[in-house]
Design a protein around this ligand. Structure first.
Ligand code: SAM
Length: 259
């Protein structure tokens, strides 16, 4: 493959990844935009890292608290927020989900994000309980997690068949004890986790159904280019048989108003 061709493939892959992320942003923006203009949406981003999601939501008018154990990630978040002109709407707090109750007020968030976090926490039920406790009644939890089926497929497609089988047969979807992720999810497992946490599932969509599967050589010549890929990614995300093989699963669930 020549240099020109590979950079074209990289561009296309970047566009395909962007289209996948846009699906997540579209769903959480909907929650932010539904907030009353007089009282902006209060968003808590747990494991928010360098602000990939927090900064665009602050730009929508939300007020954000980002909790993350990594000081480096929080420094990047502050830099990003300053550059985007939203620093006054973003509060960075160093800490982790296990001590969330000591860091933020209970029942005060209209939207809680836990993106890329549930795969790495030691105690999943405890983490879920902390996330739900932070929600205001009627508030929404958005979770983005690694997909199990994609981890099987991606390994099998490059010939790592034994690893693929290991992910498939391990109840947590891990390759082994050295796997950096503690668990991977399927749609049923994610739905059950949310329901068992007292939430009503609003949406489960697949993120990167096709973007991570298409070979670079095919990307270069993909008919319809980036726009067609984005359209395919969007349609596949909500197609039951296809979302199950997405690299990541995105769910939005509501804490019911009781009494
Ligand atoms: C894969 S990154 C995801 C970052 C961001 N949420 C995103 O979607 O791009 C995982 C983040 O979770 C943070 N993290 C790891 N363990 C955590 C824990 N126990 N509680 C909260 N955050 C944690 C890491 O520091 C890191 O920033």
């Amino acid at each position: 493959m020549d240099v020109e061709a590979s950079s074209a493939a990289r561009r296309q892959r970047g566009t395909a990844d962007g289209a996948a992320s846009a699906l997540v942003l579209r769903a959480v923006r909907r929650v932010v935009r539904a907030a009353d203009a007089q009282s902006p949406c209060r968003v808590l981003d747990v494991g928010g890292g360098s602000g990939v999601w927090a900064v665009p939501l602050a730009a929508e008018g939300a007020v954000l608290t980002v909790v993350d154990p990594s000081p480096d990630a929080l420094a990047s978040l502050s830099r990003r927020a300053r550059e985007a002109g939203v620093l006054e709407r973003v509060t960075a707090v160093q800490g982790d989900v296990d001590c969330l109750g000591e860091l933020v007020s209970a029942g005060a968030a209209d939207l809680v994000l836990a993106h890329g976090v549930l795969e790495v926490v030691e105690d999943l039920p405890r983490a879920m309980s902390a996330l739900v406790s932070a929600l205001a009644p009627g508030g929404m939890l958005s979770v983005l997690v690694a997909g199990k089926a994609a981890a099987v497929l991606h390994r099998a497609l490059v010939g790592r068949v034994a690893e693929a089988l290991q992910v498939l047969t391990d109840p947590a979807g891990r390759v082994g004890p050295r796997d950096p992720l503690l668990r991977r999810f399927d749609v049923e497992g994610l739905s059950t986790l949310l329901a068992d946490s007292g939430l009503e599932v609003d949406l489960i969509q697949g993120v990167s159904v096709v973007a991570d599967l298409i070979a670079s050589s095919a990307l270069e010549t993909a008919s319809g280019g980036a726009a067609a890929l984005a359209e395919l990614e969007s349609a596949a995300s909500s197609t039951a048989a296809l979302r199950e093989i997405a690299s990541r699963l995105h769910a939005v669930a509501r804490l019911p108003v009781t009494g």
